[in-house]
Design a protein around this ligand. Structure first.
Ligand code: ZN
Length: 313
């Protein structure tokens, strides 16, 4: 059966990768360069600078340090062309953090590509990252949370032991599909794609994939509360009723997996960003307020939980 598990009974037949009474908090960040946001929002290209490695990664790691959390940094291996990227990732690994793959070039339609392209993106990025940081890379997050059976099989063959691309948030999928459709109707083309709908309706607890990638672990990004909203930087960026509701709802879950993006740790003024990037909701909140909201949420989520890197589960 391709793409299993797709329903609760199938999930119950799998062995959960993290067992026992442990309550676990995982924190990770996708190191998406600003060029990808420009593509999503159909903004014209700009000269590319390693801003996320120069300022966003250090800010994220400082926050993790204050909270005593070892995190996972999902990295696009093409960005290793910047010496700053390599040095900041090595510093992260030296401080106990994990580096995972976020593909080689972050093409949003990776899930639609053929096997030779998948090999280059998946096996190629793993080798490039391991060579650059000198540490094992065993985890993957797909660009745009998009998966396919072929992609999952390629992960397994390339030596990955886990994937963490599943975002079980039906409302997110519907909203993204609507925005992409609206942009097309109004003559703009987003680089993003709606993705495989059924992946956004899957289980929230960790599981192991069935025949399509036997033994590959899946650690879904946590979604919770009314509307099953994701625990991501965008929803945790202000200490308002929504973030507090999500954090309270997450308290009932044994496994909590919070996802940030590098953009969450940038500031339009302080980092001289294109003001048009304020189309991203997190960038409309002052960085100091945002960081305080993130820290407050993570501190509450960490109560009674063991922080762990995804690689350790
Ligand atoms: Zn990404």
């Amino acid at each position: 059966m391709p793409g299993t598990p797709t329903n609760p009974s199938a999930d119950r037949n799998q062995s959960p990768p993290c067992s026992g009474p442990d309550r676990i908090l995982c924190v990770n960040i996708d190191l998406d360069d600003l060029r990808f946001y420009r593509g999503i929002h159909a903004l014209p290209p700009e000269e590319d600078r390693p801003t996320i490695f120069e300022v966003a990664v250090p800010r994220f790691l400082q926050m993790c340090g204050r909270l005593g959390i070892a995190a996972t940094l999902f990295t696009i291996s093409d960005d290793l062309r910047w010496p700053t990227a390599v040095s900041s990732l090595r510093a992260a690994v030296a401080a106990g953090h994990e580096v995972g793959s976020h593909s080689a070039t972050h093409c949003y339609d990776l899930s639609r590509r053929r096997s030779d392209f998948l090999d280059a993106e998946i096996a190629g990025s793993r080798k490039a990252l391991e060579d650059a940081v000198g540490a094992p890379v065993i985890g993957f997050r797909g660009p745009g949370y998009n998966l396919s059976d072929a992609l999952l099989g390629t992960l397994l063959r390339a030596g990955y032991t886990y994937d963490t691309s599943i975002l079980p948030a039906p409302a997110y999928w519907a909203a993204r599909a609507a925005v992409i459709g609206w942009m097309r109707l109004t003559g703009r083309r987003s680089s993003s794609i709606p993705g495989r709908a059924r992946d956004f309706f899957r289980h929230r607890a960790p599981y192991v994939w069935g025949p399509v990638a036997p033994g590959l672990k899946e650690f879904p990004i946590t979604t919770c509360g009314l509307g099953r909203l994701p625990l991501i930087g965008t929803t945790l960026a202000s200490d308002g009723p929504m973030a507090r509701h999500l954090v309270r709802s997450a308290a009932a879950l044994p496994f909590v997996n919070v996802e940030f993006h590098a953009l969450d740790f940038l500031d339009v003024e302080a980092d001289s960003l294109d003001p048009r990037l304020r189309v991203e909701p997190a960038l409309r909140i002052p960085l100091a307020d945002r960081t305080a909201a993130f820290e407050g949420a993570l501190a509450r989520l960490a109560e009674g939980r063991r922080p762990a890197r995804l690689a350790d589960l």
